[in-house]
Ligand binder design. Structure first.
Ligand SMILES: Cc1cc2nc3c(=O)[nH]c(=O)nc-3n(C[C@H](O)[C@H](O)[C@H](O)COP(=O)(O)O)c2cc1C
Ligand code: SF4
Ligand code: SF4
Length: 369
């Protein structure tokens, strides 16, 4: 059994941090020294090689049925140590109907990082999904604190069962996740679409409303440094992971995920994709149609997809640029702000997590026994 635990984590609204602290408490009960390190803006030079006497865990939320891009990058960057034991824990969006707590959906959120680490020579010691309350506020209202605590209780239990088995056994895969693998695999195509397109669209639906005081806190606390201050207002770059942190820590509660901005961007990329494909200007649609038999269905689909992708980014870039400058005009800013559902349905931070706990990484946390 390893004598220490090192946890790398990424969190948006603190669910993962809450679970990570719980794992550290469990490690302390097992007389293991533990350390938890946010991967926020972590540089390769800051990373230590996993050691033989330490168990390494990587914990993160699930975004679009996948691991966040910064976690995938992290799996490539973790210094290689053959046969070093690593476990992965993804937090999904749990919910509740009556007294029943429902799990979220992982998609390839565990399998992809596990595959990367395995191919890099690490030994995958364990895989676990836990289900704290969903924080995906652009698609649903936040869970109330009491409901969120009730849902979190189960996530802590799931991680306890997993961890207690893990320290006594060589390898552990939580049974619940094996049962959901058929669903995870069936929706893996959505994970790919989200990864290539969806996350960039979502990143551009954020905006600061009229109450913004230009305090710069959102810029400082973004875990991936995706916000830049332009004309003293936050500007969301394509690096944004849509983790929901900025929206939930803004002291003025004025950051919104604007549904009308999303609608305009979606309409722009869909319309441009269709018109260019059908247009006589490029002749691409005709070319694809006339060569469909020669290429075969799959290759035609792939060529079409790459073509659509090549159109998607410039259109998104220009459409957002246009919206960004529209927002300098007050009535438009108000329009986009008041047509955001997040304006009406409130905010979310994980139970027992406060805004100050989500400050950018200054020092590593340590719990010694
Ligand atoms: C943009 C976005 C996408 C999400 N996608 C999924 C998903 O595919 N499956 C799921 O179960 N939960 C999903 N969620 C919910 C979060 O993964 C979940 O609430 C997680 O516990 C948040 O952890 P954090 O507070 O540490 O960021 C998503 C949340 C966001 C904001
Ligand atoms: S944290 Fe809120 S008030 Fe401060 S700059 Fe960001 S949006 Fe404006
Ligand atoms: S900009 Fe906001 S939502 Fe995007 S990654 Fe940063 S904190 Fe998360």
């Amino acid at each position: 059994m390893e004598s220490s635990l090192k946890l790398y984590y990424y969190t948006g609204t603190g669910n993962t941090l809450r679970v990570v602290k719980h794992l550290a408490e469990l490690a302390a009960e097992q007389k293991m020294e533990s350390e938890w390190v946010p991967v926020d803006r972590l540089k390769k030079a800051d990373l230590e090689k996993p050691s033989d006497i330490s168990l390494t865990g990587i914990c993160y939320p699930t975004h679009g049925f996948n691991a966040p891009w910064h976690i995938i990058k992290f799996c490539f960057r973790l210094p290689r140590k053959r046969k070093a034991g690593v476990f992965l824990l993804n937090n999904r969006g749990g919910s509740k109907i009556g007294k029943y707590r429902l799990p979220g959906i992982s998609g390839i959120a565990l399998l992809l990082p596990a595959l990367i680490l395995f191919l890099r020579g690490f030994k995958i010691r364990g895989l676990c999904s836990a289900d704290p309350a969903s924080n995906w506020l652009s698609i649903h209202p936040p869970w109330k604190p009491k409901q969120a605590s009730y849902i979190m209780e189960r996530a802590l239990k799931q991680s306890s069962t997993f961890f207690n088995k893990l320290v006594n056994k060589r390898c552990v895969v939580r049974t619940g996740i094996i049962l959901t693998w058929p669903i995870d695999m069936a929706i893996s195509w959505i994970s790919v679409l989200y990864f290539l397109k969806g996350r960039f669209l979502l990143a551009k639906m954020y905006m600061a409303g009229h109450k913004c005081t230009s305090c710069g806190l959102c810029e400082k606390q973004c875990p991936v440094g995706a916000i830049k201050m332009v004309n003293k207002k936050p500007y969301w770059t394509f690096d944004c992971e849509s983790c929901m942190r900025c929206m939930n820590i803004c002291p003025e509660k004025c950051i919104q995920a604007s549904h009308s901005i999303f609608g305009v961007l979606l309409a722009a990329v869909v319309a441009s994709g269709i018109t260019v494909l059908l247009s006589d200007i490029t002749g691409f649609g005709d070319f694809l149609e006339s060569n469909r038999e020669q290429f075969g269905a799959v290759l035609s689909y792939c060529i079409n997809f790459v073509f659509q992708l090549a159109i998607f980014f410039p259109v998104l870039f220009f459409a957002y640029g246009f919206i960004h400058y529209l927002m300098l005009i007050k009535p438009f800013r108000y329009l986009f702000e008041y047509t955001s559902l997040t304006k009406y349905w409130g905010h979310y931070l994980a139970p027992e997590v406060e805004r100050k706990d989500l400050q950018p990484r200054k020092q590593q946390n340590r719990r010694d026994v």
